[in-house]
Design a protein around this ligand. Structure first.
Ligand SMILES: Cc1cc2nc3c(=O)[nH]c(=O)nc-3n(C[C@H](O)[C@H](O)[C@H](O)COP(=O)(O)OP(=O)(O)OC[C@H]3O[C@@H](n4cnc5c(N)ncnc54)[C@H](O)[C@@H]3O)c2cc1C
Length: 496
């Protein structure tokens, strides 16, 4: 999902965000809150004294300054009003909040960067455990590792790593949170060369439902390490990640290449050409394609988002076939630092944008799939939609589907259909209907899905489809680490 759509078109770097003076609930306060089973509970003042004791971050309820900002999610389609937000300042705060949530069996959401497309990092009338203020990023140049607190946004990690001449694999939009992105898998511009984010994830610090702070790595709790690499937010609240870094040249080659939708060879021909090119492309070439409408001209376009991370001397030759597909409307390909391609300096997305998304994995951009997408777009004119195919393959596909929880290794592309509208506004119904209609045509061409693109209204079987043969092992680990399903506001794996 690209920045273009949503934003107007040894070295140690510390970006810790200090909390603006801890705000704690006043003594004597009671709170009405929902339990895990949906029943209404009251947290008495004495209960809240326990939570307050030793909690260094902020505890926010409706009416507190800062509550409104803290409850808002990137996706304005979800206007959640939690009873209590625990904005943690440290791993100890997270432990405290999780233990409290478990002890009182509270409806609990977990928030990192707030980019959840399904709105599940917020909840109505429950507790939100929010790590978004824990944003320290520390680069260990000698060890080629990044130690990243779970509230960090990916642009900050990219910048810190690039300053040390390195990079790891993160997503494509700079204000996405590393936490949700990583735990679901993590697909980005370097994935074909370096794998998913989880393939570069060396260790995590996680607080499990019983309040224990555990390390998960190949050596420590390896089962948990396996489950956390793709299992989403099901297994606890992660407080920190350690990523492997790779050397990166100061300049890569990439940007966007835009074609008019109707011009010969038309969108259909462009997609067929792209499918052919990606079938033989080197791992160093990441190239996604989107069918969309240009916000300024209102013209339908076919846009390629390109990132070539191989030798610069080869770049023009490698991207030439994409350039020769037709006569581009706009060719913005060229040399650029990785952070520029990632938009690390772009402003955060403006508030008030709502989106409805459906996504799945495809194993080849077949002519039938291309026809399904184009026929739908042409039969249902709209100005606020996008159908996108993000390239996988390469290093992603060379990891066995059972090696990590993420199952869909062999997919050639991640496909998504989405539409967006402004809130307040009345675009929700038409936008949702457009995407649902598109998905009816597209889904039969997909197999499995990527949990980070889950929708709030997904049928439960979609989670089974996402995890395939890994589901049974995940369900038994869920039973071990979260038997009461405290962490269920996610693509939920049922304890079994
Ligand atoms: C504009 C946009 C662009 C995107 N681009 C990409 C992309 O390029 N590649 C890609 O792979 N995905 C992409 N995504 C999807 C993205 O990976 C997911 O939305 C992801 O969940 C966002 O993580 P977050 O921390 O910002 O989200 P949040 O909304 O904070 O959290 C989402 C979920 O993650 C879990 N979670 C969050 N923090 C923690 C934690 N500390 N411990 C345990 N669980 C936690 C919870 O289950 C929560 O419901 C994009 C999404 C958007 C909105």
């Amino acid at each position: 999902m690209k920045r273009r759509t949503f934003v107007t078109r040894g070295l140690a770097v510390l970006t810790a965000a200090a909390l603006p003076g801890a705000r704690l609930l006043a003594a004597g306060t009671a709170i009405d809150i929902l339990g895990l089973d949906g029943r209404q509970l009251t947290l008495k003042p004495a209960d809240l004294d326990d939570l307050r004791a030793g909690f260094k971050g902020e505890l926010l309820t409706a009416g507190d300054g800062g509550y409104d900002g803290a409850r808002r999610l990137w996706n304005a389609a979800f206007d959640r009003h939690p009873a209590l937000i625990a904005r943690c300042a440290s791993a100890a705060d997270v432990q405290h909040a999780v233990s409290f949530a478990s002890a009182h069996a509270l409806l609990t959401a977990v928030r990192g960067g707030g980019h959840s497309l399904s709105g599940q990092s917020g909840c109505d009338k429950g507790l939100v455990i929010d790590v978004s203020q824990m944003r320290e990023v520390r680069i260990d140049k000698a060890a080629r590792q990044a130690h990243v607190q779970a509230g960090s946004l990916l642009g900050a990690v990219d910048k810190a790593a690039q300053a040390a001449g390195m990079a790891t694999v993160l997503g494509t939009v700079n204000d996405t949170g590393v936490a949700g992105l990583t735990l679901g898998g993590g697909q980005g511009r370097l994935s074909r060369k370096r794998g998913l984010t989880i393939d570069n994830l060396l260790a995590l610090e996680v607080v499990t439902a019983d309040g224990r702070a555990l390390r998960a790595s190949a050596a420590d709790n390896p089962d948990l390490y396996w489950a956390l690499r793709g299992g989403g937010g099901n297994f606890g609240v992660v407080t920190a990640f350690t990523y492997r870094l790779h050397p990166i040249t100061p300049q890569l080659y990439g940007g966007t290449l835009t074609y008019a939708y109707q011009d010969a060879p038309t969108a259909r021909g462009l997609l067929r050409g792209y499918a052919e090119i990606m079938g033989h492309a080197p791992d160093e070439l990441g190239a996604d394609v989107a069918l969309a409408v240009d916000r300024e001209t209102q013209q339908r376009i076919v846009e390629f988002d390109v990132c070539y991370c191989g030798p610069l001397a080869d770049a023009e030759r490698v991207v030439a076939p994409l350039r020769k597909l037709g006569k581009p409307l706009k060719d913005a390909l060229g040399q650029a630092p990785y952070t520029k391609l990632q938009g690390s300096d772009d402003p955060p997305a403006p508030p008030g944008i709502a989106a409805y998304v459906k996504g799945g994995l495809v194993y080849g951009l077949t002519p039938a799939l291309i026809d399904a997408a184009i026929d739908y777009i042409e039969a249902h004119p709209a100005h606020n939609f996008e159908i996108e195919f993000g390239a996988n393959g390469g290093a992603v596909a060379r990891v066995a589907p059972t090696a990590t929880a993420y199952f869909g290794r062999g997919a050639s592309h991640t496909m998504l259909a989405f539409a967006f509208w402004k809130v307040p506004g009345d675009g929700a119904e038409a936008s949702t209907a457009w995407v649902r209609g598109a998905w009816k045509e597209l889904e039969p061409h997909s197999r499995g899905n990527y949990v980070n693109l889950a929708s709030a209204d997904d049928r439960e079987t979609r989670v089974h489809e996402a995890y395939g043969d890994n589901y049974a092992r995940l369900a038994s680990l869920k039973k071990r680490y979260d038997p009461a399903n405290l962490f269920h506001l996610n693509a939920n794996i049922k304890p079994a």
